[in-house]
Design a protein. Structure first.
Length: 309
């Protein structure tokens, strides 16, 4: 079916902000088993996701949740949607065994919240999903996450990019935090996206957009800067972990936050790689990062409490 000048016809795109991923609900066409939901957002917003789905489905069934990758902001609603709607969960290859064993997933290394869910199907890297009378081709998107997939509707020029591309900025390149080179992978994925004939980009965070060249240019600038100065990426990543932690909890004392950061092995690993050290101790460095986030307006202080803003 050619959507013509309406490439998003039959799709509902929910921009959830930065704690939760953008979600895409694809309504089923005649004869299809049910709707597909691309990504399930964060656990904190799972009840809201459920309410949006009940309204958007209009009595139809939800066949499955398709995860672009298994970061907590993209799959946090999986468990609730399995329980409440009977939806299956389909995941990219590479981490299915980790999800089934519930060991080695990124949220366990970053100290984030994620309710355990069941894996029902592992998607091949070249899978084609039929949904909404469209063919959605899975495309590998390593970089931000080594196992991530994007979903491409070539007929209508619509790309569900996950965190491979945002309209504004670029996410942490997580394999780099584990000591695995991945900046080149992320840049190659941008080249792959540029070769597609995109009409609409649906990013992992933010609304659907049409100015794909501007989004690609901004993402390349960010990635090239980090490749030239990996220390800047490490600092950025540590601040993202702190900010995300406060987004989950909403508020916490400075002492509690510093204790949390000191106890997180990933932060300690980032600290150990910075040479020369940016502060006298890991705790001092964490406090410096908190002060920078306060100065940037990403956090606020209320008495002895730090607040997400």
């Amino acid at each position: 079916m050619n959507q013509g000048k309406r490439p998003l016809k039959g799709l509902q795109v929910w921009d959830r902000g930065w704690l939760s991923s953008t979600q895409v609900l694809v309504a089923p066409a005649l004869g299809e088993a049910g709707a597909l939901l691309f990504d399930a957002a964060h656990a904190s917003h799972a009840e809201q996701t459920l309410a949006l789905l009940r309204q958007g489905l209009q009595g139809r069934s939800l066949r499955a949740v398709v995860n672009t990758h298994l970061h907590s902001d993209h799959c946090g609603g999986n468990a609730l949607l399995q329980r409440e709607l009977g939806a299956e969960t389909w995941v990219p290859p590479g981490q299915a065994a980790a999800a089934r064993a519930w060991q080695g997933l990124s949220h366990q290394q970053t100290g984030q919240q994620l309710p355990r869910f069941r894996v029902d199907r592992v998607l091949d890297r070249d899978a084609v999903l039929r949904a909404g009378d469209r063919d959605w081709q899975a495309l590998p998107a390593p970089g931000h996450d080594a196992h991530a997939l994007m979903y491409w509707d070539a007929e209508n020029g619509v790309l569900i990019a996950g965190d491979a591309l945002w309209e504004q900025g670029f996410g942490v390149v997580f394999p780099e935090l584990w000591g695995e080179p991945a900046f080149e992978d992320a840049l190659r994925v941008l080249d792959d996206i540029e070769r597609l004939r995109l009409t609409v980009l649906i990013p992992g965070h933010g609304p659907a957009c049409q100015d794909v060249p501007a989004a690609l240019a901004q993402a390349r600038r960010k990635l090239l800067g980090w490749r030239a100065d990996p220390r800047s990426h490490a600092r950025y990543a540590a601040k993202v972990l702190i900010k995300y932690h406060l987004m989950e909890l909403r508020r916490q004392t400075l002492a509690e936050l510093l204790d949390w950061g000191q106890g997180l092995g990933l932060v300690a690993e980032l600290w150990s790689r910075l040479d020369p050290p940016p502060a006298a101790s890991l705790r001092d460095w964490l406090q410096q990062l908190v002060e920078q986030l306060l100065q940037q307006g990403a956090l606020a202080r209320q008495g002895d409490q730090l607040l997400d803003v």
